[in-house]
Design a protein around this ligand. Sequence first.
Ligand code: ZN
Length: 306
Amino acid sequence: MFLLLGSYVGVPFFAKKNRKNPFLYFLLSLVIGPFAFIPLLLSYKFASVAKDEFTISVSDLNKLQIKDATHSVTDARVAICPSCGAQLKKIPGAKTKCPKCKQFMFVRTDSKTMSKVVVNAKQADSIDEEWAKINGTWESLKQEKDRFTKAKSQLSKQFGTEASDSDAKWRLLVEDSLIHSAMQNWGYYRITIFQMGEQLRKEGKIMDALEKFLLVSYLDTCGPNNISTPIGKQHEYGMKPFTADPSFIAPGVIERIEKLAKKANYNKEKLETIFNNLEKKYKDSIPFSLDAQKSWSHVKKQISLP
Ligand SMILES: [Zn+2]
């Protein structure tokens, strides 16, 4: 349990130190728990060897990770039928039928414990599903890394000098925001704006970060939906791009707004001005379900500032 909680905190922290996207690694730690440390540790090892960490392809890392994982697999198989509990003559090495209950027994590697176990059909299915999730996560991480590398080299060409990691990250976020709004996936869009706010905050761009987090709170009260329908078109079954839910604002957003406002020496009145400007600024691109006044009346209740 502690290990699991520790990995939720430790993995993003370590990812950040390692100049990796902490949010992605947080998601990874939700899926595979402490095993999310493995890719980080591997890339850390390599970063110290190779001068440019981006020269190592993710597929190499995958191979290593799988190799590493198979090395540490422990054997927890026992000579007991997982369906009826009957004592077996020998430990099953592969798919076999139990002589007593006639149910099939399977041998699988449990992704959570990294141990080989004898399981019944239902358990085998759920283990296979877990592995599929892990592999799916790897696939999307690889795609994300490829996109990053491509953006970085394009920007470097454009600038005529080596683009920084944060330039490349920003470029991807801008791309994401355009893609999500074009497809009316406002839930994803909201996540992207949050990530933009985070990048700006870490770079010390307080006012810009503040504006992004205020926009996130505005979007939250409007209840963003992902409807995957090109902008200008109606959803096939009439799903709305926004369903107002004014009382819901993620607490992390409010906390960030308060901290940034304190740094900038802004009071609620000043925040209100920025908030109202958002409506004008995004009027043509975001179909807000609430006007800024109405939304702000809910947001301001949660902000503890003078
Ligand atoms: Zn049996």
